[in-house]
Design a protein around this ligand. Structure first.
Ligand code: 13P
Length: 254
């Protein structure tokens, strides 16, 4: 059984005081979550405060991005070594917003995964198709392309050291969730794609769902055989909403 992972992707939201209050709110309810793993991924500038507040708790810390390079003259970037120093366990890599707005290619995403793993952290590799791609019947080829691009560059063995998040672009921030059956179909497709190269790694890799996951739909999604957690955007910005999803993760884990 793969332990569910519920990770909050705060995106570019919050203030210093708001971020601290949100972490404290999550911590207050975290003791009720025993079986699911819980993580929060605040913006870089809040990582320091988050690390201090989370110290000694089971709630893990993650970052939303990382530089492909080790360090040096890369203005505005943040290196993997810095994230590791600030206690990050996870790094979201290749989110569709980064692919779309910042031109991140599969090649860049593969480098981010590699540098994250090299620094002892676990990447959360995001994949997903747009609405147009889905409607044109290209869902499988898009997902296969994104997964293969990493297997080809970094090797299937790297999938033993990462998490995957299937995030259909049409479901992100739209309130339009993939049905549990739609999501399960893609999760199963991803797992089979990896199994084509290494069945043991495919059986172990966690595949999270992301895209308008909320308290009201989390349990149905998380009950699917190949949905091993959630990457939560909007609903991770309120502690009660996020904790309700974590509890749904706990319920399916039990
Ligand atoms: P929403 O939960 O706001 O749809 O965002 C999902 C997401 O992009 C998580 O990375």
């Amino acid at each position: 059984m793969r332990q569910p992972l519920i990770a909050g992707n705060w995106k570019m939201n919050g203030t210093r005081s708001g971020a601290e209050a949100l972490i404290k709110g999550v911590l207050e309810g975290a003791s009720l979550v025993g079986r699911a793993e819980v993580a929060v991924c605040p913006p870089f500038v809040f990582l320091d405060a988050a690390e201090r507040l989370l110290a000694g708790s089971p709630v893990r810390l993650g970052a939303q991005n990382v530089c492909t390079e080790e360090g040096g003259a890369y203005t505005g970037e943040v290196a993997a070594a810095m994230l590791a120093e600030f206690g990050c366990r996870y790094v979201i890599c290749g989110h569709s917003e980064r692919r779309e707005y910042y031109g991140e290619t599969d090649e860049i995403v593969a480098k981010k995964l590699a540098v994250t793993i090299a620094h002892g952290m676990t990447p959360i590799l995001c994949v997903g198709e747009t609405l147009q791609q889905r409607e044109q019947g290209e869902m499988e080829s898009v997902i296969a392309g994104q997964v293969d691009a990493i297997m080809d560059r970094n090797g299937v063995a790297s999938f033993a050291q990462l998490e995957i998040a299937y995030e259909p672009v049409w479901a992100i921030g739209t309130g339009r969730t993939a049905t549990p059956e739609q999501a399960q179909e893609v999760h199963d497709f991803i797992r089979r794609r990896i199994a084509g190269q290494d069945p043991a790694i495919a059986a172990k890799v966690r595949i999270l769902y992301g895209g308008s996951m909320k308290a009201g739909n989390a349990r149905d999604l998380l009950s699917q055989a190949d949905i091993d957690g959630g990457l939560i955007g909007g609903a991770s910005l309120a502690a009660d909403d996020f904790l309700a999803i974590c509890q749904a993760g706990d319920a399916v884990a039990g």
